[in-house]
Design a protein around this ligand. Structure first.
Ligand code: SF4
Ligand code: SF4
Length: 341
């Protein structure tokens, strides 16, 4: 059962896909070699995004060097029909393709953004048109909020969803995945290492691979790491007692300091993007230190410096995280990284 059909897209894929985030932070040569190596081993699904800087271009370069069939899923952060069309055209150029199998609305944060996406003139309209023109095969949506995904599944407007799923974020297992599968919506599970926080690849991957009928994507930046993950994918997913204990130990270790990205703590009185600043270490680990000085990340960091420690967010966090304390710790870490730039 190492292969599956991705919902009503009808696309047949290996249940392990390649995530295009980490290849941004290495040399072009290494990135291309890594992608090519993964494809030669048997990967036939690659996820990327307009937002992952050089990722699409590097994937495009790699795929020029192989005849293997690979399904591409890319994404755009644009919420408008015209905006997503412009992004799609750039994606097609970067990937050196005339057609992308799945194009997704990237990181739709809340119901307001979703309403914008599905309204007249919104991104969905652009995606439907692009599908009619044969530029894309299907369209999907990625978001971190399970409440929002619940609504997305009810509406049934998208062919695929991308959901956070890991041993530290198991909630989707009960709430989202079965419901989506039932409605024949393809499920792409992202962040099996919870953004690089889980350092035991065996436990992290066995946990997510054991769930049938979902496509798991994990990003790597070199061949050795890919081979380790691929070997886990090829093996048995049964957990022995020691592994089960290992999972519990990881859960205990991160119980009070891991942000599940649910956004229940919002709104912040200072307009801080709490989940982003709490997850900044894993974001930077995956994308590289240079991102600390660029656009959105820099804005989030500067805003976070204005945390007044009012504590309002903590009254709403279901995991009782000490949010202001974690923000301060992360800002100290950020300042350390900035010194090295
Ligand atoms: S404690 Fe900081 S992060 Fe939380 S609501 Fe207040 S200002 Fe925002
Ligand atoms: S701080 Fe708590 S409420 Fe806010 S996103 Fe993280 S886990 Fe959710």
């Amino acid at each position: 059962m190492k292969r599956m059909t991705l919902g009503r897209t009808g696309l047949e894929v290996t249940r392990f896909g390649f995530g295009g985030i980490p290849i941004q932070r290495v040399s072009e040569k290494q990135a291309v070699e890594t992608v090519l190596h993964a494809v030669e081993r048997g990967i036939d699904f690659i996820d990327t995004s307009r937002g992952y800087t050089t990722s699409e271009r590097r994937i495009g370069m790699a795929l020029q060097q192989t005849d293997k069939r690979v399904i591409i899923a890319s994404k755009s952060r644009s919420r408008t029909s015209d905006g997503i069309r412009t992004d799609l055209e750039t994606s097609l150029k970067e990937l050196q393709r005339g057609h992308i199998e799945i194009y997704q609305c990237h990181f739709v944060k809340n119901i307001n953004e979703y309403e914008q996406v599905i309204s007249p003139g919104g991104a969905l309209e652009g995606l439907i048109k692009a599908k009619e023109e044969g530029l894309i095969g299907h369209f999907g949506i990625s978001c971190h909020s399970l409440d929002l995904l619940d609504r997305v599944i009810d509406d049934g407007l998208f062919h695929t969803i991308m959901v956070c799923f890991s041993l530290l974020e198991p909630e989707a297992r009960e709430r989202i995945i079965p419901k989506a599968i039932d409605k024949k919506i393809g499920v792409i599970a992202m962040k099996p290492f919870s953004g690089g926080i889980i350092d035991n690849a065996r436990l992290a991957l066995k946990y997510v691979f054991s769930h049938q009928d979902i496509l798991v994507i994990a990003g790597v930046e070199h061949k050795g790491l890919f081979d380790e993950n691929w070997a886990i994918f090829q093996g048995s997913y049964e957990l022995d007692d020691e592994e089960k204990e290992g999972i519990e130990e990881i859960r205990k270790r991160f119980e009070r300091n891991f942000c599940r990205r649910c956004d229940y703590c919002l709104p912040c009185t200072e307009g801080i993007s709490i989940q982003t600043i709490l997850g900044i270490r894993s974001i930077i680990k995956r994308t590289g230190n240079a991102m600390l000085r660029r656009g959105r990340r820099q804005d989030v960091i500067e805003k976070a410096r204005h945390c007044s420690e009012c504590g309002e967010c903590m009254t709403r966090c279901p995991y009782e995280l000490p949010i202001p304390e974690l923000i301060q710790k992360n800002l100290l870490w950020v300042d350390e990284q900035l010194k090295s730039l």
